[in-house]
Design a protein around this ligand. Structure first.
Ligand code: DX5
Ligand code: ZN
Length: 218
């Protein structure tokens, strides 16, 4: 089985010493750096914005996986592009014209991801699955780090994997929220390609080891 990819989520980093946390991520086997942008409207919290991310992007040697938990994410496609992001994830629930937004992200030269909240069934993606580079399944309600993994996500991963195969699509499956070394093997077995991990990486005594533990699940 291929090694699963890991994308540490900066939301749980030490913001008083971001540089040292970013250096550790650079040294680690992390595949991407996951950046959570919140607006206090789509989700009940506000995280960080572009003035901070500009410096994060300069320091990070890992490809940037940007997760926008905001209304009207299409307004920020150029800003995300300017960061040098590899992937831009928008929420299905925030995009009435999802197909157009996906095309715009790709036209801007980034990979396009669509994110589903825990209560949104994967079936809503049936008509767009061949167009997206990744589906990000939320395994907690978005807005905060450190929440408990919702077990129903495992079923959603399996359903999504089946949909991807049936449509001959190539979308990656990423899982975000409450990921830890205990559930990582289950997520991989269900069909996940990328694991986002905030608190289980940044609150660990040894971040580099914590990332390794998530990667070598089989
Ligand atoms: C939550 C964010 C997550 C968060 C995950 O809304 O999308 O990326 O940082 O944190 P943990 O891994 O602590 O659940
Ligand atoms: Zn996220």
């Amino acid at each position: 089985m291929e090694k699963i990819m890991v994308a540490p989520s900066l939301l749980s980093a030490n913001f008083a010493d971001l540089k040292s946390d970013l250096e550790k991520i650079n040294q680690s086997e992390a595949d991407w750096l996951h950046l959570d942008i919140m607006d206090g409207v789509f989700v009940p919290n506000i995280s960080f914005g572009f003035p901070v991310l500009k410096y994060v992007a300069e320091l990070s040697q890992k490809p940037l996986d940007v997760h926008l938990m905001i209304v009207q994410p299409e307004k920020f496609i150029q800003e995300v592009k300017k960061l040098g992001a590899m992937m831009m994830n928008v929420h299905y629930e925030a995009c009435p014209h999802l197909h157009r937004v996906i095309q715009q992200i790709k036209e801007a030269g980034m990979k396009a991801g669509v994110t589903l909240n825990p209560a949104t069934p994967v079936s809503v993606l049936e008509d767009i699955i061949t167009e997206v580079d990744m589906v990000l399944l939320m395994s907690v309600n978005p807005g905060f780090g450190g929440q408990k993994f919702i077990p129903n996500t495992l079923k959603k991963i399996e359903q999504l994997r089946e949909m991807i195969t049936r449509n001959g699509a190539s979308a990656l499956i990423e899982v975000d929220g409450g990921v830890n070394p205990e559930n990582a093997p289950l997520l991989q077995r269900a069909g996940a390609d990328v694991l986002v991990a905030g608190s289980s990486v940044f609150k660990a005594p040894d971040m580099i080891k914590a990332i390794q533990e998530l990667k070598y699940v089989e």
